[in-house]
Structure formats: C-alpha cells, structure tokens
Design a protein around this ligand. Structure first.
Ligand SMILES: C[S@@+](CC[C@H](N)C(=O)[O-])C[C@H]1O[C@@H](n2cnc3c(N)ncnc32)[C@H](O)[C@@H]1O
Length: 198
C-alpha cells in the first residue's frame, strides 16, 4: 500500500471494523447527513458510512479514499443494494476533482496533507461546487496534540479561524469547534464548517 502511515493507520482500523461489522455514523457524519443531496462527492470517505446512507436516501454519490479495505466495502454495499454509489480507491495527494457537484464532503481529511496540498484541495472543492451547492469540511486545528495518525512532517493543523476565513463570501450554515480526549493525555481539536456557495 506504500509508505503513507496515515493510510495504513486507517486501513488497519477499517479491517477491524469490517470484521466486527461496525458501521455507525460518527458525530460529524450525523450532522452532515441532512446536507448531502443531489450529486455528492465524499473525499476521504473512510468506510463510506455517510456516503452509503446518503445514497440510500436518493443522492448519487462518488466516494473516494485511499484505503483498499474501505473502498472494497463501499463497492460491495453499492452492488448488493443497487445504490447510485461509486467507490474509488485513490491517493488524494495526486487527484483532480472532475465535474461539478451539489455537495462536496471532506470530513477528517485535509489535515493529512502538507499545507500547500491541503489548501489546494480545499480550493478545488470550492471551485467544483455549483452555485447553491454545499461544502462540508471538518479538520483538525492548532491545539491538537495527538499525532499518532500522522505521517511525520506530512500534515497540516489548520488555524482556529482559518475555515471561516477561507469561506468568506459563502453562506455559512454551521461553524463549530469540538475537542476530544485522545490516548496518553493528548487531545484532538476539530473545526467544522458547512457553507453554501452563493
Ligand atoms: C479520520 S478518517 C475520516 C473518514 C471519514 N470521512 C469519517 O468521517 O469517518 C481519514 C480518512 O482519510 C483517508 N486518507 C488519509 N490520507 C489519504 C490520502 N492521501 N488519500 C486518500 N485518502 C486518505 C483515510 O484512509 C481515512 O479514511
């Protein structure tokens, strides 16, 4: 699978979840679900719990992740349930978004790139939404001290107000911060924004 620690970290995690048939939506995905309508692109979709649920509710979904375990699971469910859901395995370090979408999701993804790539991908997400379309973005921010998921030197913790600044001129529907305890007395601090393109 290559040397990217973040990708193997999550693939191992997903193998365990598939073996346990553990597919619950996380807190961020629950909040995002009502916003996933029309044509949806879910970048860094993980096991696809959100993408699958959106497709079950009638969205047409492209779900992208580097984890072979996750994408195989998504393709299996899409085939079993005849969903309009395409699972694509790709390293998003080198990926260009194709086409325009009504919703683009990146929950827990952009911090796994160096700053330049993280911001270029965020810019591309903004460019590939139709007017009236929604971006659902969740990132780890400064103050995060849990580093176990990161490839050393290959991550970017966003500034606390950076998402709000980068979505200036958009209609912001939700903007929130959450902090969660992590192993060895560390912490994960998240910012989430859901914003509509005017
Ligand atoms: C924190 S998980 C979030 C998964 C899902 N969005 C969720 O909310 O549960 C981060 C995801 O990003 C994916 N990822 C990390 N680096 C990636 C890369 N370079 N290319 C594609 N996916 C990547 C991982 O495989 C993992 O599924």
């Amino acid at each position: 699978m290559g040397a990217n620690h973040s990708i193997s970290f999550f693939d191992n995690h997903f193998q365990k979840q598939v073996s346990e048939q553990s597919f619950a939506l996380n807190h961020f995905e629950e909040a995002a679900l009502p916003h996933l309508t029309g044509s949806v692109l879910d970048l860094g979709c993980g096991l696809g719990n959100l993408a699958i649920e959106a497709a079950r509710r009638g969205a047409s979904v492209v779900a992208v992740d580097a984890s072979p375990t996750a994408v195989a699971h998504i393709q299996y469910v899409a085939e079993q349930e005849k969903l309009v859901l395409q699972g694509i395995q790709v390293d998003l370090s080198n990926y260009r978004i194709d086409g325009q979408y009504d919703t683009i999701v990146a929950i827990g993804l952009l911090m796994f790139f160096e700053q330049e790539r993280a911001l270029a991908l965020l810019d591309e997400i903004q460019q590939h939404l139709r007017p009236g379309g929604r971006a659902v973005i969740n990132v780890l921010i400064e103050g995060t001290t849990f580093m176990g998921m990161f490839q050393p030197g290959h991550y970017y913790l966003f500034g606390r107000d950076e998402l709000a600044q980068r979505f200036a001129g958009w209609r912001v529907l939700e903007h929130a911060f959450q902090a969660y305890p992590a192993p060895e007395s560390t912490e994960k601090v998240f910012a989430t924004i859901i914003a509509e393109k005017i």
